[in-house]
Design a protein around this ligand. Structure first.
Ligand code: ZN
Ligand code: ZN
Length: 177
């Protein structure tokens, strides 16, 4: 079985499921307790946490982690234009598993805010990554910066440039490409 080789449909399914999930969570939260400005700080916290997860996930799991996952990433490095990635069902389970300790630790209100931040981070990550490899003719200058950063990781030095949505952690941990 090759779960990492996706059809075009299942690859782009992420781009429908995650925004829909984010909207659904905001609506649920609004219906339950309303929205407050202070609540949005948990979005920011979740988003920042995502960028750190993304960095370490890429650095130690995708590069040199369990063979079943590392193999997927080797394949992606070899064929960056193909639809290779994590199926939506797998990433949903990943976030679901993460959600329990977050909700237990922060409570439902703050926890849902932080989860939304994580999901926004993930959506930006897959969006920027897709743009880097598939939207080459549709790049705005601000997006080109991210693209160059990721392509350097692919073609210049695979031991650096692990951040996709930001290079802040690469700068901090000394892996700026
Ligand atoms: Zn890539
Ligand atoms: Zn990589």
């Amino acid at each position: 079985m090759r779960p990492w080789r996706l059809t075009k449909f299942s690859y782009y399914l992420d781009f429908a499921i995650y925004p829909a999930l984010i909207v659904a969570l905001v609506v649920l939260k609004y219906e339950a307790t309303g929205l407050s400005l202070a609540w949005f700080q948990w979005w920011a916290a979740g988003f920042i946490a995502w960028t750190l997860i993304e960095y370490w996930l890429h650095r130690i799991i995708f590069h040199g982690g369990p063979p079943v996952i590392a193999k997927m990433h080797v394949l992606h490095h070899a064929k960056p234009a193909e639809f290779i990635g994590v199926p939506v069902w797998y990433s949903l389970v990943f976030f679901l598993v993460f959600s329990f300790p977050i909700l237990a630790l922060l409570g439902v209100d703050a926890g849902v805010g932080a989860i939304i931040g994580l999901l926004i981070g993930y959506t930006l990550y897959i969006g920027i990554h897709d743009a880097a490899h598939h939207r080459t003719s549709y790049l705005r200058p601000w997006l080109a910066r991210f693209r160059v950063n990721h392509l350097r990781h692919h073609y210049q030095n695979a031991h650096a440039g692990f951040g996709v949505t930001t290079d802040v952690w690469d700068r901090l941990f000394g892996t700026k490409v």
